[in-house]
Design a protein around this ligand. Sequence first.
Ligand SMILES: [Cu+2]
Length: 233
Amino acid sequence: MKMLMRLTLAALLFAPAAALAENTGGAPDITEGWNHLWRELMIDITVIGVIFALITVYLLIKYRRRRSDEEGKGVKLTQLASAGWVFIPAFIFMADDIFLAAKNFELWNKMREVPEGAYEVKVEGFMWGWDITYPEGATATNELRVPVGKPIKVSLTSRDVLHSFFIPDYRVKWDAVPGMNTYLWFSGKEAGEHVITCAEYCGTLHSSMYGKVIVMPEAEFEEWLKANTPKKS
Ligand SMILES: [Cu+2]
C-alpha cells in the first residue's frame, strides 16, 4: 500500500510537461502550459494534503484517551526518529513546491520569449479602450483580428494611465504603461472569439474597458486586412 502511494506520488510529480501544441505555428502552447501546471498543482496539493490528513487522523485515533482518568504518556522517539518526522514530510512538501516552481519559471521564460516569425500588432490602451494598429496600417478599436495558428506579438503601451491587457482564455496578461513599450504574445489555435479585458483599475469606466480577439482563418484575415489597409496615395 505504502509502495503504491509512493509510486502514484512519483508518477504525478514527474508527469510530462505540456508538449508543443498543434496549430500554434510551432510555438509552445502557453495556454495549455498554464492549465497543465494549475491541474498539477491542484493534484499535488490534494494528494499531499490527503496523505498528511490521513496520517494525522490515524495518529489521533491511535493515541486517543480511552478512559476519562487515563493519563497520557509521551511516545518515546529516538532523536533520529524525531528529526525524521519533522524533516521528511517537510522535505516532501518542499520538493514538490520547488519542482513546480521550476516548471513555472520554465513556462514563464517561454511566455516571455516571442517565437520567431510572430506577427506584430501594436495596441495602445486608453481610458477606456484599446486602439489597435497593424503593421500594414489598418487600425481598429477593441477588436483585435488575428489569423489562426500564428504567434501574435502584441506590442503594448498606454496613452494615459496604467492598464493591463488581459486575454483570460489564453492565460496571458501584461501591463500597458504610459511612456513604455511592453509586450506579450499568444497563438489563436482555432477560429473564434475571446474576451480582452483591462486588469488594472484605471478609472470610472475600467469595468467597461473590454474588447475581443477575433481569430480568423488566414485567408479571411488577409481579406479583412486588405480591405482595411489605407491605400497609399
Ligand atoms: Cu484600463
